[in-house]
Write a new protein. Structure first.
Length: 604
């Protein structure tokens, strides 16, 4: 160290602190007058005749169903809580029929170490009972904060297991034989440690063992020392501080080998689809602060970043949140919805709907389809809520309110101005975080109602208020689950610092439907990657690809669901299994779930 540099350094720090304080003060004063207008964050309201025609209706019934869960705001650094309401770890949901009784169960992750997760067992479609404690799944994250959970039969014994990702080192719970119970086997994760917001599952190298696709938001580091100064007000320049996508291969001995480490990024979600129809699952990573990455699977040998070729490279600085693949346009090909932040004038990054125009090619039709704007959006889930044959889209949203803010009126300031100011502040000044005020009375883009985009005559219309979806919570994770098996797809939503919500689909006079419970080749209870084509009499084709953990922090009901509208018989269904076998299944009953078993159809 040069003589005198220490004195220079403290003088610089004093100067820097003063500049930061003045900058903050000015934006706080300005912020009062320039708060965003909540009603401007949505698409224009639909015409009255569309609202009158929209049949979709939901009842929120979490309490009466016994889905008793409230997300606890947890920060890796206790000091962060007072000034960083946006940094709490989010909840997650994972749906599956865990015990095989024909009713879908709901698992909910509570990120705070020491607080129990919930496994809500579905008691015949009318109510749920939390059995997490008795089956060994309540206390899954004592050492580390919980992140996502995913159900799959990882050890190929025919019983569903649970992978619990954590902020730190992950763990696996294998389902025992006999009475419903799970045994923790962290040894099978071989101390693969990272800080993911997203986990997905596919057989990436076609060896019959399910692999993990992990979207790491942060690098593999101790977050307690990392979060406050380095990340919170991160910018595009700070992107090297993100984690990126890992593919970790499964094997008889557990998850041992990392096949691929993606470009550094603050990855929020990983969606899987075979984008170029070559039979190998590809990965789309939605990222903060940098471009969203399309990663092409090179026949199981590794992945290559094909962004800019397969899909335009979007460089708007604060990129996607969600990665939800769906075939929404009767094209027989999977398109991709990527949620984003829209709260003008601060952020005008729209949701993107990437329509697949050919093998491995996508163009954005979000604006013309009417789904580009839905506030600060997180999870988007496609399902045919009125069973008319066209997929609809449920989007949840909202971001960050201080701990003293319970209603919109209680928020004295918008956090956005302060944040934007700090982003523009040089990093050496940003470290003077002690000058940042207590944000307990602030909100960023909270108190937004969700969007229910009804698909009607070739485009989408937001009918959420008319459909009964009016809560103003900060929705993070959502999962589709037809919990009462009536063919109307219900939605469970986990919110930041608030109770779980359960939107029961009570649409009157829905169309006909069919549901398929796919049972894969031996050792693959949920055949991730299976493609199902429904060839309709009108010449159009509907398609599903089984990746129930696609999207943001919510694993769906794994049953494949098709709305049929007025059609009273089920057309033949073509199933392409993950190993390449193609079978046709005919004579399925309408308005019912059917078990579709590998090897039981007519070969093609
Ligand atoms: Ca198993
Ligand atoms: Ca594999
Ligand atoms: Ca519909
Ligand atoms: Ca239902």
């Amino acid at each position: 160290m040069r003589p005198g540099s220490s004195a220079l350094s403290s003088a610089w720090k004093r100067f820097g602190g003063a500049v930061t304080a003045i900058a903050l003060l000015s934006v706080i004063v300005l912020g009062k007058r320039l708060q965003t207008t909540p009603d401007r964050v949505y698409e224009p309201r639909p015409p009255p005749e569309v609202l009158r025609a929209s049949p979709i209706r939901f009842h929120e019934e979490a309490s009466s169903l016994g889905l008793d869960y409230r997300h606890s705001l947890y920060y890796p650094d206790p000091e962060a809580g007072s000034y960083l309401p946006l940094m709490a770890f989010p909840p997650a949901i994972a749906v599956a029929d865990v015990d095989g009784d024909g009713w879908m169960d709901v698992y909910v992750v509570q990120p705070q170490p020491g607080l129990p997760n919930r496994l809500f067992h579905n008691e015949g479609g009318t109510h749920f009972v939390d059995i997490a404690e008795q089956v060994g799944l309540a206390d899954t994250s004592r050492a580390y904060a919980g992140s996502m959970a995913v159900w799959a039969d990882f050890n190929r014994d025919g019983r569903l297991d649970l992978f619990q990702s954590r902020f730190g080192c992950h763990t696996l719970f294998l389902q025992d034989a006999g009475a419903l119970h799970f045994t923790q086997r962290s040894d099978l994760v071989h101390m693969y440690c990272s800080n993911p917001k997203a986990v997905n599952v596919a057989d990436m190298n076609h060896d019959g063992w399910l692999d993990l696709v992990v979207g790491n938001y942060y690098p593999a580091t101790n977050l307690a020392s990392y979060l406050p100064v380095n990340h919170v007000f991160g910018t595009a320049g700070a992107n090297f501080q993100g984690g990126g996508t890992d593919v970790v291969l499964g094997s008889p001995g557990g998850f041992a080998r990392i096949l691929f480490r993606g470009p550094s990024a603050h990855t929020t979600a990983v969606g899987i689809s075979d984008i170029d129809d070559d039979g190998w699952p590809d990965v789309f990573a939605a990222n903060d602060y940098t471009y969203d990455q399309m990663l092409h699977n090179e026949a199981g040998r590794g992945l290559v970043d094909v962004t800019g070729v397969a899909i335009p490279r979007v460089e708007h600085g604060l990129s996607g949140m969600d990665a939800e693949f769906a075939e929404f346009d009767d094209s027989g090909a999977m398109s991709l919805f990527v949620s984003n932040m829209y709260f003008p004038p601060f952020a005008t990054t729209h949701n993107l709907l990437w329509k697949k125009t050919g093998p491995g090619r996508f163009v954005n039709v979000g604006d013309e389809q009417g789904v580009a704007r839905c506030g600060w959006a997180w999870t988007g889930k496609f399902a045919d809520f009125d069973d008319d044959g066209a997929l609809d889209l449920f989007v949840i949203n909202g971001k960050a309110r201080g701990e003293r803010v319970r209603t919109k009126e209680e928020a004295t300031r918008s956090f956005a101005f302060v944040r934007n100011s700090i982003v523009a502040t040089p990093p050496q000044l940003r470290e003077r975080m002690s000058l940042v005020p207590d944000f307990g009375g602030y909100q960023l883009s909270a108190f937004e109602r969700s969007c229910v985009f009804w698909h009607h005559e070739g485009r989408f219309y937001d009918v959420a208020p008319e459909a009964g979806v009016t809560d103003l919570e900060e929705g993070q994770a959502a999962a589709l689950v037809d919990f009462d098996n009536d063919g109307r797809m219900d939605v469970v939503v986990a919110n930041m610092g608030a109770p779980l919500l359960a939107y029961h689909d009570v649409t009157p006079s829905p169309g006909h439907w069919v549901g398929l419970d796919l049972v894969g080749p031996p050792g693959m209870r949920t055949p991730f990657g299976t493609k199902v084509f429904l060839h309709r009499d009108d010449g159009k084709t509907q398609m599903r690809e089984l990746y129930p953990a696609n999207g943001f922090r919510g694993q769906n009901d794994p049953r494949v669901h098709f709305g049929l509208g007025a059609v009273e018989h089920v057309p033949d269904v073509e199933v392409r299994w993950p190993d390449g076998r193609v079978e046709t299944f005919g004579g399925l009953a309408v308005d019912a779930y059917a078990v579709v078993r590998y090897g039981a159809g007519s070969p093609r």
